[in-house]
Design a protein around this ligand. Structure first.
Ligand code: URA
Length: 241
């Protein structure tokens, strides 16, 4: 059976608005369900029910999932007293959503940051148990060596003694300085620290994909779009393989 919910909750999560505002919309006769005006907040409706506000169909969506192209200089946080955050870049469009980044990129790093208000989803994709792959394009100050590649594959032990899960590193430029790295965990400054073990410095770092979903190449730095249901499912699926 399809999940049902109270109409005021459906409205709160679809408009979105508060429950109080939802009740006001109902009382004003602005909501129809199955073509008839409905004023009762406790009416039960299915998530896919034909509910209209002022004649416009509402689609029920409990959470939002956003693909953002993080530009350089923006911090991966919800709020920051000093710097622009990844959430600041989308906040005007989601005034009532408590969005946060599901995984961080350093201030100087660029690329795919996933913003959501779905705590369970974020927890799942960040959990080290799930090994969701994240792919980066890394520019080094020295060519990738076979020692680094093999060390990444075996699991690098960082300077503080912590051993990282196996990771893939592959040179993608003729001079060997541009490297595609795939990680299956997220540790603070992980890539910089992993290359640091070999005395290699990171000049630039760009996240290309999360859970097999690539950053949309039509997005410019600072631009964003919502993930499609299929993309969200694919990332979620990468957690539960
Ligand atoms: N590893 C890093 O060192 N920095 C990032 O931003 C992401 C992964």
């Amino acid at each position: 059976m399809a999940a049902e919910m109270r109409l005021d909750r459906f409205l709160a999560e679809s408009v979105p608005c508060t429950r109080g505002e939802a009740k006001a919309l109902l009382a004003a006769g602005r909501i129809t369900v199955n073509g008839a005006v409905c004023k009762r907040a406790d009416t039960h409706v299915a998530a896919e029910a034909p509910v209209l506000l002022d004649g416009q169909p509402l689609s029920h969506q409990t959470f939002v999932y956003i693909m953002l192209y993080k530009p350089e200089g923006v911090v991966s946080a919800s709020r920051d007293g000093r710097d622009t955050t990844v959430v600041d870049l989308v906040a005007a469009n989601f005034p009532r959503r408590a969005l946060f980044p599901a995984g961080r990129l350093d201030k100087a790093s660029t690329g795919f940051v996933l913003l959501t208000d779905d705590g369970a989803f974020a927890h799942d994709i960040l959990s080290p148990r799930h090994h969701v792959p994240k792919t980066y394009r890394v520019t080094l100050d020295t060519p990738l060596t076979e020692e680094m590649r093999a060390g990444f594959a075996a699991g690098v032990t960082l300077a503080d003694g912590e051993t990282m899960a196996p990771a893939e590193a592959e040179a993608i430029s003729a001079d060997g300085r541009i490297v595609r790295v795939t990680l299956h965990q997220g540790v603070y400054h992980q890539i910089k620290r992993m290359f640091g073990v070999y005395g290699a410095g990171v000049d630039a770092l760009h996240r290309e994909a999360i859970g097999g979903v690539a950053l949309d190449e039509r997005l410019a730095p600072g631009a964003w779009r919502e993930l499609s249901a299929q993309e969200t499912k694919k990332i979620w699926g990468a957690c539960h393989k």
